[in-house]
Each structure stands twice: as structure tokens, then as C-alpha cells.
Design a protein around this ligand. Structure first.
Ligand code: PEP
Ligand code: MN
Length: 342
């Protein structure tokens, strides 16, 4: 059940409703909003009639059942767009955010020079993998903790918040310590124990769509994190696997307007993995903006031909600058504003 508070409700009113929900052996989830607070009551709904009487309380506007299986993620639960704050960068709503960086953190010069360049060009967050999910066990697996330390150094120098992938539960604390936004990669989208782990932390989480995951499955994965009490979730369309072999993945931009309809969570697009080809990244970035994306994830490398991973889809500094110039009018046309660091 959903309890919609009046805009004038104060913290005492919210606490009253939360206690009422707890007294019925249900779990309360207070979703913060700009205008009003929405409180989800999750669990066995035998007591729904008792909950409905809350509508008589002066601070409560409405009480109604949630029809969707993903309850906290559903737009029908919370109508207004959620805005997730990552290192003081707002993601969602009218904001447009570019996250960029190399696929893997390789060495100090590589990551710090990339950070300086992307910041200067208008990226608001630095992305780099320290733990890499590779198809082959013989491929570079990432610098691990050393990579996290290099990301921290880059953050200290550039001011850019850090986005990096959490690959397995045993490194949650370590990765959480260094991250401003924890990435759950496509291959882990349905790693439910990992999703439960990131539901327990306070750091925002970026969930990438699985290689063959449906929209409903992606939303159910987001629901795992929300149900754990971490309400700072961002979704990412990164291409799905289809019969088409002309490019690495099929970037499913249908997902953007559909997800906007179904959920209040911000949605980013990764045209680097979505296409796997440098020449396709800018056109698909423009298309993603037109479709309503809240931001982009772009792979950038000082020397793509020498990259340890995903070199063929990594932009050079010059190509990244050109992409930023090319997308700016599209961001404006979409009615959004590019968020840059002061
Ligand atoms: C990545 O971001 O470098 C990555 C491995 O992405 P995905 O999980 O989407 O394949
Ligand atoms: Mn990559």
C-alpha cells in the first residue's frame, strides 16, 4: 500500500504513519520527494483495510494499493522524477549528466589525465573500472584496490566524483569507501545477493541492464536495492544481445520512454557498450538524449589503441571533446541542462 502525505505534513506526521505501518508488521519505506513524502508499506497486505483508515488523518492525502510487482520503483507510487545526488551532482529531472572515463583504470597518468580532460569538457563524474568482469579469465581483471586508490587521487586532483563497479559482495565495504556511485554491471544485474548488499549502503547505485534482461527484470533488480533501504538508484541502458552482429550490442532506446513511463528513477544511456564502435557513439548519444535520457556513460582513453579493455569503443580526448560539442544543442532541445562542476 502507498500512503501519500499532504505537502504540509511534518516529520511528526511522517513518524506517526511509519509507526502505524510498523505496528501492523509491515515495512515502511519513506520515499523523499520535493513536494511531498510518499510512504510505501510493504509486506503481507492482510491489514490493508486498517491502513486505509489512515486517510482520515489530517496529514494524509491518499492511501491506495500498488498494482506493480516493483512497488518502490513504480511511477504509480511516486509521480515526480527522483533526483539522485552523486557527490553534489544531481541526476534526474531537468538535469543532464555526462559520466566519462576509461573502461579500466590502468595507471596514474592514464586516469589522472583523463579526469582532467573530461572535466574540462563538461563531464561531471569520472568512471573507471578497478574490478573488471571479463569474458575470459586470461584478460586483464583490473588493478583492484590499487585502481581504487588511483581513482581517489584523480578525484582529489579534479574534483570529479567516482563511479566504479562492484563485482562481488566481499569487496562491498572497500568499493563503497572509494565510490560516489557504485556500478552494478550488466552481468551482475540479477546477482540478487549483491543487490541486497548495495541495498544496505548509503552510496547511490547505478544498475546496468543485463545482456538479455527485460524491462520488468531491470525494474525488479532496482526494487531489490530500494527494498533494502537505499533509495538512490539510477538505471542504465547499455544495449542488449540480439541476432544482429554488425555491432557489439543493440542499444535499446525504446527502453528510455518506456522506463520513464514505468519508473520515477533516473535513466542513463551507455552508447559505448551499446554500440561497441567509436563512429556510432555520437549519433546514438544524440538519439538517447532525444529519447529522454538523464545522462550518458562514455568510455574515453588517452590512447585507445593501447587500452587494456574496450579500446575499440573508447574515444580519444579529441573525439570526446567533439562529442560534447555535438550533444549540447540536443540537451537544450530536450529541455535539460548540462550539469558541470564549478
Ligand atoms: C563497463 O562499464 O566497462 C562494463 C563492463 O559494462 P557492462 O557491465 O555494461 O558490460
Ligand atoms: Mn568497458
Amino acid at each position: 500500500m502507498i500512503i501519500v502525505m499532504n505537502p504540509s505534513a511534518n516529520q511528526d506526521d511522517i513518524n506517526f504513519v511509519i509507526e502505524k505501518i510498523r505496528s501492523l508488521n509491515l515495512t515502511p519505506h519513506a520515499l523523499p520527494g520535493v513536494e511531498r513524502t510518499i510512504i510505501g508499506a510493504i509486506g503481507d497486505t492482510k491489514s490493508k483495510d486498517t491502513l486505509k483508515t489512515l486517510v482520515n488523518h489530517i496529514s494524509v492525502d491518499n492511501v491506495y494499493p500498488i498494482a506493480k510487482p516493483y512497488k518502490l520503483a513504480a511511477r504509480s507510487t511516486k509521480h515526480e522524477d527522483s533526483i539522485v545526488n552523486v557527490n553534489n551532482i544531481p541526476i534526474g529531472g531537468k538535469h543532464f549528466v555526462v559520466i566519462a572515463g576509461p573502461c579500466s583504470v590502468e595507471n596514474e597518468t592514464q586516469i589522472t589525465s583523463t579526469a582532467a580532460h573530461i572535466r574540462q569538457q563538461g563531464a561531471a563524474l569520472l568512471r573507471g573500472g578497478a574490478y573488471k568482469p571479463r569474458t575470459s579469465p586470461y584478460s586483464f581483471q583490473g588493478l583492484e584496490e590499487e585502481g581504487l586508490k588511483l581513482l581517489k587521487k584523480s578525484k582529489d586532483q579534479s574534483g570529479l566524483g567516482i563511479v566504479t563497479e562492484l563485482l562481488s559482495a566481499h569487496t562491498t565495504q572497500l568499493v563503497d569507501h572509494y565510490s560516489d556511485l557504485i556500478q552494478i554491471g550488466a552481468r551482475n544485474m540479477q546477482n540478487f545477493s549483491l543487490l541486497k548488499e548495495v541495498g544496505k549502503v548509503k552510496t547511490p547505485v547505478l544498475i546496468k541492464r543485463g545482456l538479455s534482461a527485460t524491462i520488468d527484470e531491470l525494474l525488479m533488480s532496482a526494487e531489490y536495492v530500494l527494498a533494502g533501504g537505499n533509495y538512490n538508484v539510477i538505471l542504465c541502458e547499455r544495449g542488449i544481445r540480439t541476432y544482429e552482429k554488425a555491432y557489439r550490442n543493440t542499444l535499446d532506446l525504446n527502453a528510455i520512454p518506456k522506463l520513464k513511463e514505468l519508473t520515477h528513477l533516473p535513466i542513463m544511456v551507455d552508447p559505448s557498450h551499446g554500440t561497441g564502435q567509436v563512429n556510432m557513439i555520437t549519433p546514438m548519444a544524440k538519439a538517447a538524449i532525444a529519447a529522454g535520457a538523464d545522462g550518458l556513460l562514455i568510455e574515453v582513453h588517452p590512447k585507445p589503441e593501447e587500452a587494456y579493455s574496450d579500446g575499440e569503443q573508447s574515444l580519444t580526448f579529441k573525439q570526446f571533446s567533439d562529442l560534447m560539442t555535438a550533444i549540447k544543442p540536443y540537451i537544450e532541445l530536450a529541455g535539460k541542462e548540462l550539469v558541470v562542476l564549478d
